[in-house]
Design a protein around this ligand. Structure first.
Ligand SMILES: [Zn+2]
Length: 342
């Protein structure tokens, strides 16, 4: 076979999906004109970005506050050993640009919060959730409903995961989950573990739904749940709640000042995290969940202390935490979500 010229290679990059009747040449053009924001660059973010970049979405922006750790390599497809210690968003963007130099890849190393999220999502056609915590998803939900941008919720834990496409007229995430559960009520990948195949599958489903939205095809409105261990697949109808505060009353409370998470640096080497509202949490229950993943744990009814990732955590009954070993607010919040599931 004769060697192909570079121009031929470029023009044939998308040939296998252009020939697919569900996409075709017009669909490919539409993808090239689309802008997708991916919030979070862990297992879901790296996998969905990888697929959408290869599919030829015109502009993709990756937002993440974390740095790459060795334990990420088990499932986060864009990173290798040399990347440990680097910021996720920029490292992913560099890899993605090597995969496809024809599209625009943007990145932002930032903690997403109520102060900056409206500016970050402006101008995008679609937002993909690849975060690891409910408060950020509630913010994404508020801001996307407010600004009429579709978004796709995705979550993974242990051997299962779920995907829900949310259109601005609802049903929205708050129809399904009206309030943020208290810290420690939900398990996290740090405490419950994760099999590396499940984020690949869930991110693949998320990217297919993303392409369907961008091409204005019929989308799946049901909640998709898949367990890769038992191969259990469920599709669940989600009803729009008549009194949903978000998609019906348009009360975007997670974007409001008084509900935002407060993070205060204490000194150079510790941060204090104060969750959005006063709440009482069950410290002993959290201690049971954390048992296998942390050390030096002391749990009483009023206080929980433990050591993880070289940091000393002290958690109080109202959800407040002091983390010693970092003076960086973003790192403190990331550690808090990882171990407290908020
Ligand atoms: Zn709703």
């Amino acid at each position: 076979m004769a060697n192909k010229q570079p121009e031929d290679l470029m023009s044939s990059r998308y040939s296998r999906q252009v020939v697919l009747d569900k996409i075709g040449p017009l669909g490919q053009e539409k993808l090239a004109e689309s802008k997708v924001l991916i919030i979070g660059c862990g297992a879901l973010g790296t996998n969905s970005a990888n697929l959408l970049v290869r599919a030829g979405v015109g502009v993709i922006k990756i937002v993440d506050r974390d740095i790459i750790e060795l334990n990420n390599l088990q499932r986060q497809i864009l990173f290798d050993e040399e990347d440990v210690g680097q910021a996720k968003a920029v490292t992913a963007a560099r890899k993605l640009q090597k995969i496809n130099s024809e599209i625009e890849i943007q990145y932002l190393i930032k903690d997403i919060n109520s102060r900056n999220i409206e500016e970050v999502i402006a101008g995008f056609d679609l937002v993909l959730d690849a975060t690891d915590n409910i408060p950020t998803r509630m913010l994404i939900n508020d801001v996307c409903v407010k600004h009429s941008i579709p978004w796709i919720y995705a979550g993974v834990l242990q051997t299962n995961g779920m995907v829900l496409t949310i259109l601005p007229d609802g049903p929205c995430l708050r129809c399904l989950l009206p309030e943020i559960p208290p810290p420690g009520a939900m398990q996290t990948c740090e405490t419950a573990g994760i099999l590396n195949a499940i984020p690949y599958i869930i991110a693949s489903i998320e990217s297919v739904e993303a392409i369907k939205i961008l091409l204005k095809k019929d989308i799946e409105r049901r909640l998709i749940i898949y367990d890769v261990w038992d191969h259990r697949f469920d599709l669940i109808e989600i009803e729009k709640s008549d009194n949903c505060e978000c998609c019906v009353s348009r009360d975007f409370k997670y974007l409001n000042e008084e509900n935002k998470e407060i993070v205060a640096g204490l000194c150079a080497n510790s941060v204090q995290i104060i969750p959005p509202a006063d709440r009482v949490i069950d410290l002993r229950k959290i201690a049971v969940n954390l048992e296998k993943s942390v050390s030096n744990m002391i749990a009483t009814e009023f206080i929980l202390k433990f050591r993880a990732e070289g940091k000393d955590f002290t958690i109080f009954k109202d959800g407040r935490a002091i983390i010693k070993g970092t003076g960086d607010e973003g790192v403190g919040k990331a550690l808090y979500s990882r171990y407290l599931g908020l």
